[in-house]
Design a protein around this ligand. Structure first.
Ligand code: C2O
Ligand code: CU
Ligand code: CU
Length: 458
């Protein structure tokens, strides 16, 4: 609400009459119930691709809410097929047993998630705990969520999303959607007036497909604000990581401290250096305008934030999961996990409490942000392999040593960048609930077009 923009209003969907939805704050150890009520209109205002699984025989307007990153029972997870129509509701139970973290909630209805999230069904969910309180980080008006999404608009200012063309093929399904405008908290190219002091920003890449490489830029020759990442998807890092740039794939979050101390009367732009594989680059995201009066800053940036115990690799069961390129009935490309579709039978079954290493073998030409429900995992490494050899013979021939995760990835994660031509290794303990959960690519166009699979904890 403190972000300003000069653009006219556009119709969107939201939670509690707000886009993005209200930031829900929960406290560790205090479970909450949320009744999600569908008060959406009867017609969708974005074009629905009826050739996609789940979109053909089901009502146009339906939603289900997934709380991304939460350790939760399957019947409160927002399973893609658990959608409900306008007038209906669902009561979900959130145990909040995990440590302080930046989670988020969004639509997850099968076949139309990309449209519902694009329409505005997204919000943040913060878990707080005692440790966080002791850290004395910037809080109150100095702790601000920044939800970044890219969008396109029609001439009349309404939201635009690619419609299926006359072959019935939606052009955004492959490779994805890349909009011309950056929105932060629902505002186009906004600016934020800040004081010359430390701020804590909860940055979420809530975009359908776009990844970002964020950096501060300012007047030539001037000092830029120092910034540090203090938390990942699932909690605090062990120590702050000084940032030069910050890369975020869809669904990834970064908890950061930005220090504007001593930078009175200067304007900084948050720029984006990521060049997408398709579609327009988006070089500017938002501005920070530092006001002119020095202030007292009592907040801290502690040197030690958390203790993260590595999960036991030796005891873990190894599992290979391929990312491959397939083709649908209409002959258009699609990316797949396990070379299977969402509706194919579950093949990944693990016992409650088991620790598993998932070797995500990406044979495709681009990175895919792979998200696993239920758990927070650790990234072990990424190792390049010979894709041609693998595709021809099924043998993994490595062409380089394993590369450790980036410094700011050495924390709890629920979404990982699976690099092309690499095996990306993650490790997770599958607790605390049994049932069937999804894992999927968080490029929503891919997710809706079969790049999603179930796994079972029994
Ligand atoms: Cu953020 Cu299964 O989703
Ligand atoms: Cu999720
Ligand atoms: Cu993908």
């Amino acid at each position: 609400q403190n972000l300003h923009s000069d653009m006219p209003d556009t119709r969107v969907w939201g939670y509690e009459n707000s886009y993005p939805g209200p930031t829900i704050e929960a406290y560790k150890g205090q479970p909450i119930y949320v009744r999600w009520i569908n008060r959406l209109p009867e017609k969708h205002f974005l074009p629905i691709d009826k050739t996609i699984h789940g979109a053909k025989d089901n009502p146009e307007v339906r939603t289900v809410v997934h709380l991304h990153g939460l350790n939760v029972r399957p019947d409160s997870d927002g399973f893609p097929d658990d959608w409900f129509t306008p007038g209906k509701s669902a009561l979900y139970y959130y145990p909040n047993k995990q440590q302080a973290a930046t989670l988020w909630y969004h639509d997850h209805a099968v076949g139309i998630t990309r449209l519902n999230v694009y329409a505005g069904l997204v919000g943040l969910y913060l878990i707080r705990d005692e440790r966080e309180e002791r850290l004395n980080l910037p809080s109150g008006e100095y702790e601000i969520p920044l939800i970044i999404q890219d969008k396109d608009f029609n001439d009349d200012g309404s939201l635009s999303y690619p419609a299926p063309n006359n072959n019935g093929v939606e052009p955004s399904i492959v490779p994805g959607f890349f909009g011309n405008y950056a929105l932060v908290n629902g505002k186009v190219w906004p600016y934020l007036v800040v004081k010359p002091r430390k701020y804590r920003f909860r940055i979420l890449n809530g975009s359908n497909s776009r990844s970002y490489k964020l950096r501060f830029s300012g007047e030539a020759g001037r000092i830029l604000p120092a910034w540090y990442q203090i938390g990942t998807d699932g909690g605090f890092l062990e120590r702050p990581v000084k940032l030069d740039s910050l890369s975020l794939q869809p669904a990834e979050r970064a908890d950061v401290i930005v220090d504007f101390t001593g930078l009175e009367n200067q304007t900084f732009t948050l720029i984006n250096e990521e060049i997408p594989p398709f579609g327009p680059p988006l070089p500017e995201i938002m501005q920070f305008r530092v006001s002119g009066t020095p202030v007292k800053d009592n907040s801290s940036l502690p040197l030690i934030l958390n203790r993260i115990k590595p999960l036991p690799v030796k005891k873990a069961k190894q599992r290979n999961i391929e990312i491959v390129v397939g083709q649908d009935e209409l002959g258009r490309f699609m990316f797949m996990l396990e070379n299977k579709k969402w509706t194919d039978p579950v093949t990944i079954k693990t016992k409650l409490g088991n620790v598993e290493v998932w070797n995500i073998i990406n044979t495709a030409a681009a990175a895919h942000p792979i998200h696993v429900h239920l758990v927070q995992f650790q990234i072990l490494n990424r190792q390049p392999f010979d894709v041609q050899e693998y595709t021809a013979t099924g043998t993994l021939k490595f062409i380089g040593p394993p590369v450790l995760p980036d410094e700011n990835e050495k924390g709890w994660k629920d979404t990982v960048r699976a690099e092309p031509g690499h095996v990306t290794r993650i490790i997770a303990r599958f607790g605390d609930f049994t049932g069937i959960y999804p894992f999927h690519c968080h490029i929503l166009e891919h997710e809706d077009h079969e790049m999603m699979r179930p796994f079972e904890v029994f």
